[in-house]
Design a protein around this ligand. Structure first.
Ligand code: ADP
Ligand code: ZN
Length: 227
């Protein structure tokens, strides 16, 4: 299974990806996470990346596409199937991804998580992330048992530097301008599946699990000549 998760910042891509990863044992490739790893490593590249991310701007296509290309060279990821979260974010990235995958496996679908601005703002300003394992929390919707401490691993929670109201609004503008064309790109390919990102992520996960399981079964049946 090869899935792309699309949608505005705060639509719940990361939360849904964590749930689907458990159910279907898919690799979760988040370009946001890959970029934050670079920033944390304090390399020269990390310093360059930081300037874009902290301003709510997109990191240049070439940098991000190369990261994804390197991941796609990993045989383990191709065997397990993958979810791409936060990539592609521009029409150029979408074309480059098709080129990368041409020799590998095409994607099955692009899940478009539609969400509204009030929900997005509430989710992102209250979001907390575990510095150690990346688990996601929310001060109101999903508080940890002990304030500031990760339920899963005991690591410290932090607030992303781009999760402030001003930068969130900038990210939304960038999304509308640069990422909206990506939605049309997959619509034209007949691969777009629209879901309600404002919905509770556990509910969404349950619905999608049913759909994907049915889909997998029909693929298997087709292969074995049944229908
Ligand atoms: P969100 O979806 O909540 O905005 P991400 O973690 O996906 O969060 O991305 C955080 C930031 O990382 C983006 O605002 C952008 O600066 C950068 N980024 C992530 N993915 C890409 C990408 N595919 N192309 C360019 N920049 C990216
Ligand atoms: Zn943790």
């Amino acid at each position: 299974m090869q899935i792309i998760l699309l949608g505005p910042p705060g639509a719940g891509k990361g939360t849904l990806a964590a749930l689907l990863k458990e159910t279907f044992k898919l690799a979760h490739i988040s370009t946001g996470d890959l970029l934050r790893e670079q920033m944390k490593a304090n390399t020269k590249l990390g310093g360059e990346i930081k300037k874009f991310v902290e301003n709510g701007q997109l990191v240049p296509d070439g940098v991000v596409t190369l990261m994804v290309k390197q991941k796609m060279a990993d045989a383990k990821i191709l065997r397990s199937g993958f979810m791409l979260d936060g990539f592609p974010r521009t029409a150029t990235q979408a074309q480059d991804l098709d080129k990368i995958l041409a020799k590998i496996q095409p994607i099955d679908c692009a899940l478009y998580m539609e969400s509204t601005l009030p929900v997005i703002l509430k989710r992102l300003t209250g979001r907390r992330v575990c510095r150690n394992c990346g688990a996601l929390f929310h001060v109101v919707n999903k508080p940890p048992a002990k304030e500031g401490i990760c339920d899963s691993c005991g690591g410290p929670l932090y607030q992303r530097s781009d999760d402030n109201e001003e930068t969130i609004k900038k990210r939304m503008d960038v999304y509308l301008e640069s990422t909206q064309p990506v939605i049309d790109y997959y619509k034209k390919q007949g691969k777009l599946v629209k879901v309600d990102g404002d919905k509770d992520s556990a509910k969404l996960h349950a619905e999608l699990t049913k759909i994907f399981n049915a889909d997998r079964k029909s693929h298997k049946d087709q292969k074995s000549g049944r229908n």
